[in-house]
Design a protein around this ligand. Structure first.
Ligand code: ADP
Ligand code: MG
Length: 728
């Protein structure tokens, strides 16, 4: 083992476990660092409190005069908890969260100072935004962007900083972040779903889209991670031979959690409790050193904020435990990557989950209405959904025989399939009383008992119904959930608006009863959306062929997938709902293409460096040892030496052959990069990186990994997979 690797491993064995102070009850900690309803009641005037609550419930603007009261109360609360600074906390399109801290402290001009935080500073800020991706929305001479308070996501305290969740928009009002379109989409789906829910219950006045994410991640000891330039800079390994033992035995999944890891998880959970992130589940995942954490679901906007926040604090807390958190979708070849399942549903202000079958036929008709509309929306917009999860890192996962493929399909289980098959037979036009009774009793009425036994869960499906919610499984582990959630809620909003129009037209024109009209429209939707339903093995080759026959898209790479973001269909969808305009969509398209090309460029550079600065010199050194050995043998055996050095000579040649391939591969890759870099058009450049640069990665890696197997372990400088994955 090389000295570098040995020293890193030695450090790990000397690690002392971090002591965690557990409170008697976690529930006592919950939300203690959040400016929530309880703290607002305590710190705000009655008028200010009522204003905030109304803004949260109805989106009503907060009075400027009142905002001064709110900011003062918020400041007092934060200072009482030790805060010195405040920041607008937002989610620019870099994918990371952003913050710029300002002190409460202000001088008064007479030599004294006070703590101050005015309503203006709460409501709006103007960070120097010129370095955030804008996709050409802002010219550099007019680089202003501003952040504005989002009262629907409560302010929180992190360390000694009061963080205020905000949207981030350009001076001309275009969204520059993930939150702005999400809020618009959530509002659209609220309106559309409320008017449909009123068919079944007049008392519904608000529908909330809910999200419960499950976050997968790897934990690698920080000393080991630091020895790998690829993990450090790209968040994934660009080379490394598979270990003799990987995940074949499935002995890691749900296995007992290693004590060092458990200490980290507990520490993280305690911080989450204080921040009001309701984490509930933790377990080992399939791959060695891979884990998962999941909270109780929340309202969509808050859940997205909490996921962004947690991705940040996971790394911060890991420092204390000497771990590096790896969120990348595919950090290690040959073993499972990470995803972020997005469990999604809709709930009414009357306390009903619209995707949970009920106890009466009427409730179940409501369930079926939303269920079938979702299938129709996914069917009609599968390509856009795929675009919503596209990234350079997620490309490694989708279609890699372990994660849902790049094809979007919906799994609903055999029993619901039967229900839909029955509904498909509903008579065209008005239903006879007999048929209605039959439907209500034997088809719709039977759903709850059916679902209780519906335990078969197809893990290979990208979009699966799991009893009372859909689970979008193809979302990448590094992704900001805001993007897929904006798309999902928008396509459903549009679908529900269409549904309402069609049903109302039948009621009015054909004088149908409401139920008849609903059954008639649903029947057509079931027929039209059939192609999106797939119950079989989503990882298999047979499905790829079948999906092609069905006309479903299979966009394997990000540049290809992103095209759907700027199609005419997408443009009109987002325009009609006022979620995003043409400029915003085009900007996002360009930002994502640029991000893609840059990431491949960076990985290409890292791989080139490692191959030439680490791998080739090491291989040459080992080859020299062999040459020396052969020369020694020659000295001893003279003419006879060949008989004794055949193997050595073979390895010497093998090494030369691999070195030659690596070198020519790196040279060709650099040339391909040069060509790609000259391309002005962002889309063409992304395609050049995808089609002309990236293919060299596998070739270079192949030869490096072969050398890892040949070269003396004592010389090999890069920490090996077995050390990265099995040391803790
Ligand atoms: P798994 O998918 O791992 O088997 P579960 O199905 O029990 O686990 O739940 C997974 C996630 O689904 C949890 O994070 C939970 O918060 C979320 N979830 C449950 N109900 C809903 C809902 N109505 N809306 C959104 N998310 C939900
Ligand atoms: Mg799940």
């Amino acid at each position: 083992m090389s000295t570098l690797r040995f020293e890193a491993l030695k450090e790990i064995f000397n690690r002392k476990p971090v002591k965690i102070e557990e409170p008697a009850r976690r529930s006592e900690l919950f939300g203690t660092n959040v400016f929530n309803e309880a703290s607002m009641k305590q710190y705000l005037t009655k008028e200010a409190y009522e204003n905030v609550m109304e803004a949260i419930k109805t989106g009503k603007k907060i009075d400027r005069r009142v905002s001064d009261h709110i900011s003062t109360g918020m400041k007092e609360w934060a200072i009482a908890k030790g805060a010195t600074h405040y920041t607008h906390w937002f989610q620019p399109l870099t994918g990371a969260t952003a913050e710029k801290h300002d002190a409460f402290f202000e001088t008064q001009g007479d030599g004294t100072a006070i703590e101050k935080f005015g309503g203006g500073a709460l409501v709006q800020q103007e960070p120097d935004a010129s370095s955030f991706p804008s996709g050409g929305i802002r010219n550099t001479f007019e680089a202003r962007g501003y952040t504005a308070w989002d009262p629907t996501s409560p302010a929180f305290l992190w360390g000694t900083t009061l963080c205020i969740p905000t949207i981030f928009v350009s001076y001309t009002g275009e969204a520059l972040d993930f939150k702005t379109p999400l809020l618009r989409a959530l509002q659209s789906v609220d309106q559309a779903a409320t008017s449909v829910a009123k068919y079944f219950d007049k008392n519904v006045s608000k529908v909330t889209a809910t999200l419960g994410w499950e976050q997968e991640y790897f934990l690698i000891d920080s000393a080991l991670a630091a020895t790998r330039p690829d993990l450090t800079l790209a968040g994934r390994t660009l080379l490394g031979h598979s270990p003799a033992k990987g995940q074949q035995l499935d002995d890691h999944y749900f296995g007992s959690i290693p004590s060092r890891v458990l200490a980290y998880m507990r520490d993280l959970e305690i911080e989450c409790m204080k921040l009001g992130i309701p984490v509930k589940t933790r377990h080992n995942e399939v791959a060695p050193n891979q884990f998962e954490l999941a909270p109780i679901f929340e309202e969509g906007n808050l859940a997205v904020d909490h996921n962004s926040l947690i991705m940040d604090i996971m790394s911060k807390i890991a420092e204390k435990h000497h771990f590096k958190v790896i969120l990348h979708e595919k950090p290690f070849a040959g073993i499972n990557g990470s995803g972020k399942h997005n469990n999604w549903s809709l709930s009414t202000d009357t306390g009903t989950n619209l995707l949970a079958p009920g106890t009466t036929p009427m409730k179940n008709l409501q369930f079926l209405t939303f269920f079938i509309n979702i299938l129709k929306a996914v069917h009609d917009n599968e390509e856009l959904l795929r675009a919503g999860i596209a990234s350079a890192s997620n490309d490694h996962r989708l279609g890699a025989n372990e994660a849902p493929p790049a094809i979007i399909s919906a799994f609903i289980g055999s029993q619901l399939t039967e229900v839909l098959d029955e509904l498909e037979k509903v008579t065209d036009g008005k239903l006879s009383p007999k048929e209605k009774t039959e439907l209500k009793l034997n088809v719709v009425g039977k759903i709850p008992e059916i679902l209780l036994d519906n335990t078969d869960r197809n893990r290979t499906s990208s979009f699966a119904f799991t009893g009372n919610k859909f689970e979008f499984r193809a979302v990448g582990s590094t992704a900001n959930c805001g993007n897929p959630m904006t798309i999902l809620n928008s396509i459903l909003a549009k679908q529900l608006i269409e549904f309402k129009t069609e049903v109302d037209a039948l009621i009015k024109g054909e004088k149908m009863k409401k139920d008849d009209a609903i059954f008639n429209v649903l029947r057509e939707y079931i027929k039209k959306s059939k192609n999106i339903r797939f119950e079989g093995d989503g990882y298999g080759e047979a499905w790829e062929k079948e999906a092609k026959k069905r006309g479903l898209s299979n966009n394997r790479t990000t540049p290809q997938a992103l095209k759907a973001l700027v199609s005419e269909k997408t443009r009109s969808l987002f325009k009609d709902l006022k979620v995003m305009n043409k400029i915003e969509l085009e900007a996002r398209h360009e930002i994502q293409l640029e991000d893609y090309a840059m990431r491949i460029q960076i990985e290409g550079r890292i791989l080139g460096d490692i191959a030439r600065n680490h791998v080739i010199p090491t291989a040459v050194r080992y080859q020299n040892i062999l040459i020396e050995n052969v020369e020694g043998l020659k000295h001893i055996y003279n003419e006879d030496f060949k008989k004794h050095s055949n193997e050595q000579l073979e390895i010497i040649e093998e090494i030369s052959a691999h070195i030659a391939k690596i070198n020519s591969g790196v040279k060709a890759m650099i040339e391909a990069r040069k060509v790609a870099n000259k391309i002005e058009d962002a889309e063409k450049r992304a395609f050049a990186y995808c089609d002309d640069v990236k293919p060299y990665f596998d070739e270079i890696r192949y030869h490096c990994d072969k050398l890892e197997l040949v070269v003396d372990d004592e010389l090999w400088p890069l920490t090996k997979y077995r050390e990265l994955l099995f040391t803790r």
